[in-house]
Design a protein. Structure first.
Length: 281
């Protein structure tokens, strides 16, 4: 049974979420925590359980990342139920969270918000989540050293002991994240990109694919970002990656609604995965 304090917080969260929905004229679902396999059915029930459905939904997302395959199923669920899917990142959405955002028609961030490199997290033989690109980069480093004849005995032992099937799984996870990112950018994010801003010339499908490939390659370049959790801010995303982000930093109505809800939710969410709609908490 919930305490009086929990009931009060739940009511306040619902009130703030309802205010956000009224302003956006859309449904809102908040996802706080890791993106894990085996919770897709739970996510399905929550999305299908939204009884006040609009045509559009906004996902308020704060996550350190997780499974790209779970993200793929989340996207299928959302796209089946909604005409338009947008993302709001009040704080951070790393790795698989970044991939999730790239499936959106729009991404809303302010100057404080960050995304991250698309370094997929996969389970190793001990069942722990590890960043796949780190392993692949290290193996490639050992291979290059071996070609040059400078591989140390310790490095040789580490290389010899690597599980090839596990390594192949890391490669497949990397390829999946890049493919998902490119497909979703072209299909959803670039759907309204019909003319070039400077020349006014029509944008071809080949140009959309080229831009999506460029963004995917940059976000998956671990040598560029140096860290799985490297924060990539709105300025870098728009200027360096040439990705359109809706900046709500100076929106005097929307920003307080997001900030107040996020602060309350961040203090309240105390489990590995916390999902909130007005029908579910």
């Amino acid at each position: 049974m919930k305490s009086a304090l929990e009931i009060s917080i739940n009511q306040l969260l619902n009130k703030k979420l309802a205010s956000l929905e009224a302003y956006l004229k859309a449904d809102v679902l908040a996802y706080y925590g890791s993106i894990l396999d085996n919770i897709e059915n739970h996510f399905l029930r929550i999305v299908e359980g939204i009884t006040y459905k609009k045509e559009n939904i906004y996902i308020v997302l704060n996550t350190t990342g997780g499974s790209a395959t779970a993200v793929e199923r989340f996207v299928k669920i959302l796209r089946h139920n909604y005409k338009e899917v947008n993302f709001i990142v009040p704080n951070y959405a790393y790795s698989a969270g970044t991939i999730f955002c790239m499936s959106g028609d729009k991404i809303f961030m302010d100057y404080f918000s960050v995304l991250g490199p698309i370094d997929p997290q996969v389970s190793n033989k001990e069942g722990k989540l590890v960043a796949a690109l780190g392993y692949l980069d290290k193996v490639n480093e050992f291979i290059e050293k071996s070609k040059k004849g400078i591989l140390t005995q310790a490095e040789f032992i580490m290389l010899k002991d690597l599980d090839l099937a596990e390594l192949r799984g890391y490669e497949q996870a990397k390829n999946l994240t890049i493919d998902l990112l490119k497909n979703w950018l072209v299909k959803y994010k670039f759907k309204d990109w019909t003319h070039h801003k400077s020349t006014k010339k029509p944008v071809s499908m080949e140009e959309k694919i080229e831009r999506a490939t460029e963004i995917a390659d940059k976000l998956s370049d671990s040598n560029k970002w140096k860290s799985h959790g490297r924060p990539i801010d709105i300025e870098t995303l728009t200027n360096e990656l040439r990705l359109k982000i809706d900046d709500y930093s100076k929106d005097e109505k929307l920003r307080p609604l997001i900030r107040e809800y996020d602060e309350l939710m961040s203090n309240y969410a105390n489990s590995p995965v916390f999902i909130h709609t007005r029908n579910f908490i």
